[in-house]
Design a binder for this molecule. Structure first.
Ligand code: NAD
Length: 471
């Protein structure tokens, strides 16, 4: 586990332990970047902005992104193994979602570059000769990319790829809990001959560590962050002094709406997936489901049976996160009904030392209960009935977050009425987490600032400049 700064690997800094969440054992060490190394990374990224990188054409950059994607594909199995080791997620998930999406992130932005057009206008002038206005898109400069532990490589590359596509240089800091695939990415960047200083990687924590030092650094021109809403507020304060632009993908407390006219089997299957994928540790997971009263008991019974039958799921990422999730479960069990799960699975082997929580279905809690209001980020979903479409919308739209929602209905008019009325960045109808990388992605309210995806990312990571030429 090494930092990658100015084109060189570096292991300086006090080591912190890396823990296998599946068994709870310490399995390695990661160096925590000292402040001086963070400074060097920002300096290297700044120097690279003035180097040959500045004159690379979009086509050159697109070819580079494809080389990085090729490099990840060549070492696919190593990436899958590293992601599983750090997060404890099932191999099936890492090999079908995390690592392929990281490859797709580089390819998508490489391809999108080719279709980018700069706009121009012919402007009338009093002398009749006119003027030509056109826009030039410039990189923002040095971009800090700070990412969380749940989809480590997917979310890191979701920002690194468009940042490089638009000609920026990057200092990336992955979550201190999951540094493995970022280390491999640095090796791939070196193999792909990314120019010196264009991509840098530093490890370490957030507060009083690499994360904070990066966000406060006067040499960092913009910050792209995915993580908790509270951390977003802290980072925004750090960026405010120098008015550095931020792009934030933050927390959620996503609602699902199940109408009586839905295909119930499909709604149950979809909710099992949307609530329990990666043991609920995906920002888009559904943590509260509102079900039309006439089908509530049937839906609840089938969902609970489905949750009890789940196997092959992974643990919580850390002991601290397991304790947080269990804290919500204890409160929920005291105040409401546990329809499925609520406990800890037993394996009778060394996995019993890991950070496991059973897939859990709750019901009967008031809407202001912490388990219904706050993001748990674990395998926990709460069910509540509703009577009318208006009530369903009001319930879904309540609360501080607005990341995503899912609507299950067989009525096409209702689908088009309800989905756009949800206060979220993404609403899915009769599906969940179906992503097209060209579409806008982000959240409203406490779930984020700005949009990423497709042109939205390329717009965030570049600044349009107007040139006006009098003819
Ligand atoms: P987190 O906010 O604790 O940490 C995220 C990153 O920020 C880590 O790299 C961490 O070291 C760093 N960090 C922490 N404090 C910092 C500080 N003061 N200054 C600078 N950096 C700091 O989040 P997490 O626990 O790693 O991830 C889970 C959260 O991420 C959940 O809230 C989840 O909803 C959210 N998330 C959102 C999306 C999305 O797309 N909206 C995607 C995935 C995860």
């Amino acid at each position: 586990m090494r930092h990658y700064v100015g084109g060189g690997f570096d292991a300086s800094g006090a080591p912190f332990p890396l823990v296998d969440p599946t068994r709870g054992h310490v399995v390695g060490e990661v160096p925590s970047a000292p402040r001086e190394l963070v400074d060097r990374a920002v300096d290297a990224a700044r120097a690279a902005l003035r180097g040959p990188w500045a004159s690379w054409s979009p086509a050159d950059r697109a070819r580079l992104l494809h080389r990085v994607a090729d490099g990840i594909e060549r070492r696919f199995e190593e990436f899958v193994a590293a992601e599983c080791a750090d997060t404890g997620k099932p191999r099936e998930l890492a090999s079908t979602v995390d690592i392929p999406r990281a490859v797709a992130n580089f390819r998508a932005y490489a391809d999108l570059l080719a279709g980018r057009a700069e706009r121009s206008w012919r402007t009338a002038t009093p002398d009749g000769r006119g003027a030509l206005n056109y826009t030039v898109r410039k990189p923002l400069g040095v971009v800090a990319v700070i990412s969380p532990w749940n989809l480590p490589l997917l979310l890191l590359t979701w920002k690194v790829a468009p940042a490089l596509a638009t000609g920026n240089t990057v200092v990336a800091k992955p979550s201190e809990l999951t540094p493995g695939t970022a280390c491999l990415l640095a090796e791939v960047m070196a193999e792909a001959e990314v120019p010196t200083g264009v991509f840098n990687l530093v490890h370490g924590g957030g507060a009083d560590a690499a994360g904070q030092w990066l966000t406060e650094h006067p040499g960092v021109d913009a910050i792209a962050f995915t993580g908790e809403s509270r951390t977003g507020s802290t980072i925004m304060r750090a960026a405010a002094g120098r008015l550095a632009p931020v792009s934030f993908e933050l927390g959620g407390k996503n609602a699902g709406l199940v109408f009586a006219d839905a295909d119930l089997e499909q709604a149950v299957e979809g909710t099992l997936r949307s609530s329990f994928t990666h043991s609920g540790q995906v920002c888009l997971c559904t943590e509260r489901v509102y079900v039309e009263r006439s089908v509530f008991d049937a839906f609840a019974g089938r969902l609970a049976a489905g949750a009890r039958a789940l196997s092959g799921y992974g643990p919580m990422v850390s002991a601290a996160h397991r304790d947080k999730v269990r804290g919500y479960l204890d409160k929920a069990a005291a105040d409401g009904d546990v329809l499925a799960g609520g406990g800890v699975p037993r394996f009778s082997d060394d996995r019993d030392g890991g950070f496991w929580v059973e897939p859990t279905v709750l019901a009967g809690l008031p809407e202001d209960h912490p388990a219904v209001r706050e993001e748990i980020f674990g395998p926990v979903v709460h069910l509540a009935p509703f009577d009318t479409e208006e009530e369903a919308l009001a319930l879904a739209n309540a609360g501080p977050y607005g990341l995503a929602a899912t609507v299950w209905t067989g009525d096409v008019s209702r689908a088009h009425r309800v989905a756009p009325a949800l206060d979220v960045g993404t609403a899915w109808v009769n599906t969940w987490n179906l992503r097209d990388l060209r579409t806008p992605f982000g959240g409203v309210k406490a779930s984020g600032i700005g949009r990423e995806g497709g042109d939205h990312s390329l717009d965030f990571f570049s600044e349009p400049m107007n040139v006006c030429v009098k003819l």
